[in-house]
Design a protein around this ligand. Structure first.
Ligand code: AMP
Length: 277
């Protein structure tokens, strides 16, 4: 992959890159279209498919994470992707299990809250694997989804802090007809859970409405949303936060334009979503 990328770079071929964990859905494919737009028809679009073990805690769903490479390859081919990079763990982390791999990339500010608080080693795994992928794929442009808002903010920060020569694009969240954000993890939901999973989207809409006319205290809004979410009996709120969209600093008063993010367990499946209010 890196050899191909070096040769493209030398020939001035633009490279657009979409990193994923596979089990692709229409949300991923919208990022592919954005990458093609940015790379141009003479450029190359690369999709990586890699379920990165270092971003999962031992208690999490690494082994159960859905995989279907054959289907993903077909979707990529149909979407006009030039190269799918699907490395193995041994290729990505040689010697890891013999303690040979020992260098990690750690963002120390934006990664402390929300997903970083709920999943303490998660973003260290994300920044490390994305840094590795950038060094392997050597993209001019990389496209991430707003669905993982904090992740995109951290990647932008990493790229600025460490001078990666890549432009980061953040593309909008694709949703199902009822508003549920598309996610590979939606596959884990049974019919009853699937019906209730729309509560995340409804909570975002309710919050947006609540702050439309005047600011509301974050504490008040959190309490109201917690109650709102219990209306779905299979849902359990993990966190809901309100913050400024750049540095992710929490706000005490929630006004229009604030960012809201939430994580909710639906049964055993943990879903996240976010929106600008
Ligand atoms: P994942 O395979 O879940 O790691 O996601 C790979 C990329 O796709 C990330 O940049 C995600 O933010 C993005 N993504 C995931 N779900 C969606 C969605 N519903 N709409 C747009 N982008 C998404």
């Amino acid at each position: 992959m890196q050899k191909a990328a070096l040769s493209w770079n030398r020939r001035g071929v633009r490279v657009g890159f979409v990193p994923t964990m596979g089990y692709l859905h229409a949300g991923h494919l919208s990022l592919v279209r954005e990458a093609r737009k940015r790379a141009g028809k003479n450029g190359k679009v690369v999709v990586s498919i890699y379920v990165n073990p270092t971003q999962f805690a031992p208690t999490e769903d690494l082994a159960k994470y859905p995989r279907d490479l054959k289907r993903d390859l077909k979707l990529c081919r149909d979407a006009g992707v030039d190269v799918v990079f699907a490395p193995s763990d041994v290729e990505m982390y040689p010697g890891k299990f013999e303690s040979g791999f020992s260098t990690y990339v750690v963002e120390e500010k934006l990664s402390r809250t929300m997903e970083g608080a709920a999943r303490p080693t998660h973003f260290r795994g994300v920044t490390t694997v994305v840094a590795k992928l950038f060094n392997i794929v050597l993209p001019d442009v990389a496209v991430f989804g707003q669905k993982d808002f904090q992740q995109a903010a951290i990647i932008k920060h990493m790229v600025a802090d460490l001078n990666f020569p890549v432009k980061i694009i953040v593309a909008p969240t694709l949703r199902e007809a009822d508003g549920l954000a598309m996610s590979s993890r939606n596959k884990f939901l049974n019919a009853e859970q699937r019906a209730q999973a729309v509560i995340l989207f409804h909570a975002l809409r309710a919050a947006s409405l609540a702050v439309k006319k005047k600011p509301v205290s974050a504490a008040r809004l959190k309490a109201d949303l917690k109650e709102f979410i219990t209306a779905a009996p299979l849902a359990r709120l993990d966190y809901v936060e309100f913050f400024d969209p750049e540095m992710l600093a929490q706000v005490a008063q929630v006004k229009r334009g604030a960012q809201m993010a939430l994580a909710v367990f639906i049964g055993k499946t943990r879903l996240i979503d976010n929106a600008r209010l």
